[in-house]
Design a protein around this ligand. Sequence first.
Ligand code: ME8
Length: 649
Amino acid sequence: MSNKKFYVTTPIYYVTARPHLGSLYSTVLADVCARWNKLQGKKTFFLTGTDEHGQKVAQAAKEAGKEPKVFVDSFIDVYKKIWRDYELSYNDFIRTTDSRHEDAVQAWIKKVQKTGDIYKAYYEGWYCIHCEAYLTETDYDRSLTYKPDQGPACPLCKRPTSFTSEEAYFFKLSAYQDKLLKFYKENPDFITPRERFQEVISFVKAGLKDLSISRTTVKWGIPFPNDPSHTCYVWVDALINYISAIGYGQSNKKKEFDFWWPADLHILGKDIVRFHAVYWPAFLMSANLKLPKQLLVHGWITICGKKMSKSLANIVDPEILYEKYGAEPIRYYLLRQIPVTQDGDFCLEDLEQRITSDLANDLGNLVNRMLMLAQKNNVSTIAVQTNWSEAALKLREEAWNMIDDVEKYMEDYLFHMALARIWKFIAHVNAYFHAQEPWKLAKKDLGQFIEVLSATCHSLHTIAFLLWPTMPSKMEELISALGFSFDVEHNIITNLKLNRWTEEFKLTFIPALFEKVILESKEKQGSRECTQQGSAKEQESTIPIDVAAQIELRVGTIENCEEIPKSDKLLKLTVNFGPKGVRTVLAGVKKWYQPDDLIGKQAVFIYNLKPRKMLGMESHGMMLFAESEKGRLEYITPTTSVPDGTKLR
Ligand code: ME8
């Protein structure tokens, strides 16, 4: 392993409740980054944890009728279990109530006190006695005037606040304005995406005020050194986790600290950019520490367009999702469906579509067909090939191009593009496998048959390593089915690029990597069944006759068929249902049919399916197909022509 290192962090989550899909999302992103760097042979350190002090947590504990420490302790095992279920390979789980962390926070305060960046003064503002919190300037309308004892309403409890002044320690943030701007200028890649960076620059240019970093009103916090009537402001406490976990403030951990710090990547949601991009670098500068190399700011996961929140009762519970679909399909969906810097709606229907079409059909079937064919023909060892046919050489070229593209996308955190690029290659491998008709070659040309298996295995070998950060255990299973063991001691990406397709494979038959999900009317269920209010209902394997009778199947003639340029799967069909009218139906069969193959043909459709939007187009109905032994989708047509719109019985 090289001496290069990669240190990645997630935000530390407030332990006021169980983890939700949003916290899972940040942690999955960090895991994928850590694993991608491992593939490059780097030593990696992946840190996550929990933010356990402060007013918010104390309030939640009070409502639960528990002491704060007992309250926060009760969530830790749940976090760790869910993180383990989702294969999140963190190296350390820091809790801000750990004594090593409390020591580090006090060490930082002492250091900055020596620098002269901390002073004592009065903190003034509108204070809610009930919630024990000051309002921020964004919480009220500054153009209005209020009486001192009847201030603006508290955003949390809606009670009037009162003007309060208390003694506090301040950090001289204002002294860092120019230094921060200089740092931003010299490090144009500090924040991804650029829009977020621009917002930060504008905020700092507008002027920085000194920051109050202690509270006398909040008891649940780390005491200030030599002044225990003050506790440390929760954001100072929280940010220091990134250095406390790797040994800051511990004399016996200096070597470890110097090796890992600065962090290579902090991953965070867009709600907490200012803390990480302004306060944190200033805190580090003041303590004479290096600054983190990069912040990756991701978007929100929304439910039906709304941010998940307890008040909307739309929190998606990762544990319920895990029980229903397994960890890796969820990891794949989150990365493939949502461009990392944008918001993305979580939708069960899309998730199930991805599982069935991308994982079970495109990838799972390919693996299964190849292994089954080898087994059927008693082939378990695939010898090194020396002379490749032109079709195999083309596939190899495509594999190499894919590695280069995937590498670029991963470096830019374009995970969705990297996965789409891998799936483009999977479509090539499927097309190659299909065109070579190895089931026929097995009977007439054994040499050629083995070549097709070998080319397919080489392709799958590359795919499995590139997909490992996203779906680690499934890909390890695939790698082992090809006769290899998983070993990240070397720079695997470089090795893949250097690989001239000279491997020998020893195949072991494995059961299907991914199960298809039966796509039922998800509109009815929405995302509710995976929210904490819902329950994971078992899917029944049989349906009563009245349910079957609800499905209306009709014959229609495909009058027109066009390719959709943006899609490598969909064809757009114009279907005439006679007296029932003409409709647009989208069908994911571009892989098997040219438009001319379908124009003029009669086929069977689910007629009363609720219209669905795909790629901005509405599909009204579903064309039915039967999957052949070779994995091709064959459309279903009446044996003799019937009037358009005829209902099936
Ligand atoms: O802010 N979509 O903790 P927190 C995507 N303790 N990500 C989401 C999300 C959603 N709907 N909801 C939450 C805190 N997140 C502080 C952090 S760090 C030194 C201290 C993710 O529990 C996202 O990363 O409120 C967001 O920044 C983080 O959870 C906030 O977690």
